[in-house]
Design a protein around this ligand. Sequence first.
Ligand code: FES
Length: 70
Amino acid sequence: MKITSTLNGPNMLETDESLTLKTESGEQPLKSPCYLCRCGHSKNKPLCDGSHMAAKFEAQASEIVGTKKA
Ligand code: FES
């Protein structure tokens, strides 16, 4: 699994495993990569809806990479 905080944008989650978004209203399968809001302005949280651009969100890029234990 890899999480990339994109420059001035969302967190991008990439994985080979299946993803399911679970909320109070149910479950929804997600495809990799999926984009998670980190600006707080999305109207579709926890997913990014592009609102960070209108909000002129600024944040550095970074990356977290997970490895499976053998
Ligand atoms: S990061 Fe895209 S809407 Fe928040």
